[in-house]
Design a protein around this ligand. Structure first.
Ligand code: ZN
Length: 293
């Protein structure tokens, strides 16, 4: 049975990202931002799935991911969540251009494809997992309606424990992947607490960080940030693009999305800030960006 999928959106988005990254470099934007910077800037990369899935922007091939991690290792740019948290508390200095690797949703390929590469290159990372979906079955996505690849299954507790033992910090991605920005304060608190307490109970490790499900402007606010802080989180990450400096608000930290099907030169420029201006797209098109997980 064949499934007709319209790939036009993939090509349009790829062209837009490439145009932005290229022009950020060619126009001197990156150099100008470097001159303006008053302190070190950190970028937090967001991944989702790993493996071979053409036309799926949320899936990065293992080969591309290995090239990217080798680059971070060679340049000594990778930092841990712990180091970022110390930096935000003013207890640690970091090199300008430092990078923290994160992945959202807790798909099984984090264990099968991401972890071996992290170990090979000695890169610390954070896996944000939706606690209520651990051990869950694969679900269709807009890019792969059917059949669903078993690799799209969620991590199980055993795999999650092994990730945690391999220096991958485990963070929360909510309990049910609902938008915290659209919940009542009581529901938001329940998502935040239930996910943290479950992960801590099962893994025996402190969970200090959370990534907002979806992470668009509609999905977080100063009120949600306050609830998360009250629930014991010291850092919370959005999907808004940009760099983090030492004055950043620790409960609405921006990240930079890494997409599948992009060359290493783009990754290198993205790490230098070439996708930071995508924030303007985040701000104007936040509703359209909710189609993915
Ligand atoms: Zn998600």
């Amino acid at each position: 049975m064949s499934h007709e999928i319209d790939h036009s959106r993939w090509y349009v988005k790829k062209a837009a990202r490439k145009a932005l990254v290229t022009s950020a470099w060619a126009s001197g934007y990156l150099a100008a931002q470097d001159r303006k910077a008053i302190g070190p800037r950190v970028r937090v990369l967001t991944y989702h799935r790993f493996g071979d899935s053409p036309y799926d922007p949320f899936c990065v091939s293992r080969r591309d991911f290995a090239e990217q991690m080798r680059f971070l290792a060679d340049e000594e740019l990778a930092i841990s969540l712990y180091e970022l948290e110390e930096f935000l508390r003013g207890e640690r200095d970091l090199r300008d251009g430092s990078v923290l690797v994160t992945t959202d949703d807790g798909f099984r390929s984090v264990y099968t494809d991401m972890l071996p590469v992290l170990i090979e290159y000695g890169i610390p990372a954070v896996a944000f997992v939706t606690a209520g979906l651990i051990d869950g079955q694969p679900r269709p996505t807009p890019w792969r309606p059917q059949p669903v690849d078993p690799q799209d299954a969620y991590l199980n507790w055993d795999e999650l424990s092994r990730l945690a033992e391999s220096h991958v910090a485990i963070g929360s991605h909510g309990w049910s992947h609902r938008s915290l920005g659209e919940l009542s304060p009581a529901e938001c608190r329940d998502e935040a607490l239930r996910s943290r307490e479950t992960l801590e109970g099962r893994l025996g490790r402190a969970v200090t960080s959370i990534a907002y499900p979806y992470g668009t402007l509609a999905d977080f606010s100063p009120a949600t940030g306050q609830i998360l802080a009250d629930c014991g989180y010291t850092t919370a990450f959005t999907s808004q693009h940009g760099a983090i400096d030492r004055n950043a608000d620790a409960v609405s930290l921006p990240r930079v999305k890494v997409e599948g099907g992009e060359a290493l030169w783009m990754f290198r420029l993205i790490c230098r800030g070439a996708m930071d201006p995508w924030r303007l797209v985040d701000e104007s098109l936040s509703r359209m960006q909710r189609s993915g997980r």
